[in-house]
Design a protein around this ligand. Structure first.
Ligand SMILES: Nc1nc2c(ncn2[C@@H]2O[C@H](COP(=O)(O)OP(=O)(O)O)[C@@H](O)[C@H]2O)c(=O)[nH]1
Ligand SMILES: Nc1ncnc2c1ncn2[C@@H]1O[C@H](COP(=O)(O)OP(=O)(O)O)[C@@H](O)[C@H]1O
Length: 207
């Protein structure tokens, strides 16, 4: 009943909302002691991205072979590419008692919910749609056509935010970072309290 296992933390949100930026702020912060699961993708590496740090970059054939071998907790197609969470790292890291942080889109999050209903689901939302578009354009990593696809996708994703346990608005990176850390801390406390109640109940029924 007691889980010495780590907590699985899922962060989703539309493209351009600032997931990568907030995630970096979280992992640069000294209070953070959870682990980041690096995803695999078939999308092209962007300038400045490093294989094995930002993503494991794979060909479509390699990715599909891994799907066949059941090597993903979840995977999804997003704007023409595959993205997936490798199973081994998550299993091993959680089993060793560490929290694992996933930054994934909504279809993948749904699959995680089915496999890990006890996971913590946080949606990162923009202050408004105009700022979302501005952030995508200002980032300067995608063509106007890809940006249009990502904005269409973003609208679809925003409709699903109420399926998440918490919504954090990324108005300011440091505030968003702090809110995510507080939510994780509160979830740990809640889990500990529920477990201690259940332990007490088991003691009573065993008397
Ligand atoms: N389902 C799933 N989505 C992922 C995974 N890794 C990244 N993503 C999501 O795929 C989407 C596109 O990611 P990316 O191409 O890096 O673009 P960006 O989020 O705009 O920087 C984002 O919503 C990511 O959160 C994964 O392992 N699984
Ligand atoms: N709170 C914020 N305020 C203003 N700009 C932000 C904020 N958070 C992120 N950005 C900027 O928005 C752009 C998209 O952020 P990024 O982290 O790449 O988003 P995502 O990973 O969700 O696609 C980047 O240029 C980033 O610097």
């Amino acid at each position: 009943m007691t889980s010495d296992k780590g907590l699985l933390i899922v962060l989703s949100g539309p493209s351009g909302v600032g997931k990568g930026t907030v995630r970096k702020a979280i992992f640069d912060h000294p209070d953070t002691d959870f682990k980041y699961s690096i995803s695999m993708t078939t999308r092209q590496k962007r300038a400045g991205e490093v294989d094995g740090v930002d993503y494991f970059f794979k060909s479509k054939e390699e990715f599909e072979a891994l799907i066949e071998q059941d090597k993903f907790i979840e995977y999804a197609q997003y704007v023409g590419n595959y993205y997936g969470t490798p199973v081994d790292y998550v299993d091993q890291t959680m089993a060793s008692g560490h929290d694992v942080f996933l930054e994934i889109e909504v279809e993948g999050a749904k699959q995680v919910r089915e496999k890990f209903p006890e996971a913590l689901f946080i949606f990162l939302a923009p202050p408004d749609l105009t700022q979302l578009e501005e952030r995508l354009v200002n980032r300067g990593t995608d063509s106007p056509e890809i940006i249009r696809h990502r904005i269409d996708e973003a609208k679809r994703e925003l409709r699903l935010m109420n399926l998440y346990d918490y919504v954090v608005i990324n108005d300011d990176v440091d505030h968003a970072r702090q809110r995510v850390q507080c939510i994780v801390e509160a979830s740990h406390m809640k889990r500990a309290r529920v477990e201690s109640k259940l332990r007490k109940m088991l003691l009573e029924v065993n008397q």
